[in-house]
Write a protein that binds this ligand. Structure first.
Ligand SMILES: Nc1ncnc2c1ncn2[C@@H]1O[C@H](COP(=O)(O)OP(=O)(O)O)[C@@H](O)[C@H]1O
Ligand SMILES: [Mg+2]
Length: 400
């Protein structure tokens, strides 16, 4: 063991694959964003009036994951911030990731922090924190951008109260001006919004379409420039990463992950070139990580449903129709001592699993009895075991 660890360290230390692998990581914001020129220009056009002291329209940005929404928004705000400094206009900018800060209190506390005051984790009411934010923002006498990234997470969890308050906030400000940029991966998200919030948030709307394979190829080429040593990437490596990610709804994050992990697989193996074989291995790793992470963080009933599908499949040697799935699910909930959700809810959860690529639901005709679905898991037992690892009761049901 000791020996093979030594070998591994040696291989990684002497490897000549990466110059700087951080360039390929998801949180790195590149200066150059190929194939987003029109979105960059449009966003700049909408926001630029801030430099003359006018309040830019609120904006709503949509697009599936990995289409550059976060990167483009950060890029533009950085540019506007520095242009502002050049011309003597100071701006307040709050960039909030609502997936991490998913309570009204956290969002408002972050806003206060962006205008210079730290708010304790608890102890104040949200209306008190809002009041403080309004006072602080106004006292700063600056224009402010409030970016609510992945805002759908916040609204799904706590409703649109904070959004409502924020879209009205300019009425209460006499000197400062606030513009809101809402970003969402969920295209149907506006259905959850009060119509007044929807219309004031959507003063302007911007859609980020998915990238196609050749666009992803350009993106990867550009990003790989400073990341890899020259001549390390095999001829078809970038093309393959781009093609695989294009199948995943054109997700640039996925494409970059594949390329980075392919490099790491090569490095660990002591290879001097990254090949298509490494990309294939990377794909299995990335997919496994994604599935395991998604399941691990799911709510209890989704996990119980996954367990039910697994048990059903083991019993029947294949998928089951929705009625059978529900039967197994109710008996599993009994054994876990929790109340079962309605069949309707479970059917929604099945659709969700299908969308996430964790299960596969196929509609079949039952002759004159109408149609039903055959549902089966589309992940391996091994991944399932990894996903349930932290929950011994679940693992116990998986059998040996
Ligand atoms: N046009 C592009 N050029 C270079 N990198 C990009 C481009 N679009 C997206 N990326 C990168 O892909 C990853 C995902 O992009 P991101 O902006 O987080 O997507 P979204 O917010 O739409 O889910 C990030 O690492 C980002 O830097
Ligand atoms: Mg994003």
């Amino acid at each position: 063991m000791g020996n093979s660890l030594d070998d591994l360290f040696k291989r990684v230390l002497t490897a000549r694959i990466f110059v700087n692998r951080d360039i390929l990581r998801p949180d790195y914001v590149p200066d150059d964003l190929p194939h987003r020129q029109s979105q960059i220009l449009r966003l700049a056009e909408i926001l630029a009036p801030v430099l003359q002291g006018s309040r830019p329209s609120n904006i709503f940005i949509y697009g599936v994951p990995g289409t550059g929404k976060t990167a483009v928004t950060k890029h533009i705000l950085k540019k506007i911030g520095s242009e502002g400094r050049n011309v003597g206009v100071s701006l307040n900018i709050a960039f909030i990731n609502c997936k991490h800060d998913d309570t009204n209190y956290r969002v408002l506390a972050d806003l206060c922090e962006a205008v210079g005051e730290r708010i304790p984790f608890t102890g104040l009411s949200t209306s008190e924190v809002l009041k403080r934010f309004i006072n602080l923002a106004d006292a700063s006498n600056r224009s402010m951008f409030v970016v609510l990234d992945e805002v759908d997470s916040l609204v799904k969890k706590t409703g649109d109260k904070v959004l409502y308050d924020l879209t009205r906030i300019n009425n209460q400000l006499s000197r400062a001006k606030v513009s809101i940029i809402g970003i969402t991966n969920d295209l149907k998200f506006t259905e959850y919004l009060d119509p007044r919030v929807r219309s004031s948030l959507g003063e302007e709307e911007l859609v980020f379409p998915p990238y196609n394979a050749s666009e992803l190829e350009d993106i990867l080429k550009k990003r790989s420039e400073g990341a890899f040593h020259g001549g390390v990437l095999g001829g078809e490596v970038i093309k393959l990463c781009a093609a695989l990610a294009a199948k995943e709804h054109g997700d640039a994050r996925r494409a970059l992950d594949l390329l980075r992990v392919a490099g790491e697989v090569a490095e660990r193996g002591g290879d001097i070139k990254v090949t298509e074989e490494h990309v294939r291995k990377a794909q299995r790793e990335v997919e496994k990580d994604r599935v395991v992470e998604v399941i691990r963080t799911m709510p209890l009933h989704s996990k119980l449903l996954i367990l039910s599908l697994h048990l059903l499949e083991r019993r029947k040697g294949g998928g089951g129709i929705t009625g059978e799935v529900y039967e197994v699910y109710t008996s599993v909930t009994k054994r876990f001592g929790v109340e079962a959700l309605t069949q309707r809810r479970v059917s929604d959860l099945i659709n969700e699993l299908d969308m996430l690529g964790i299960a596969n639901a196929r509609v079949v005709s039952k002759g004159r009895y109408g149609r039903t679905k055959i549902v089966r898991l589309s992940i391996s037992d091994r991944n399932l075991r990894d996903a349930f690892q932290e929950d011994p009761r679940m693992v116990a049901y998986l059998g040996k």
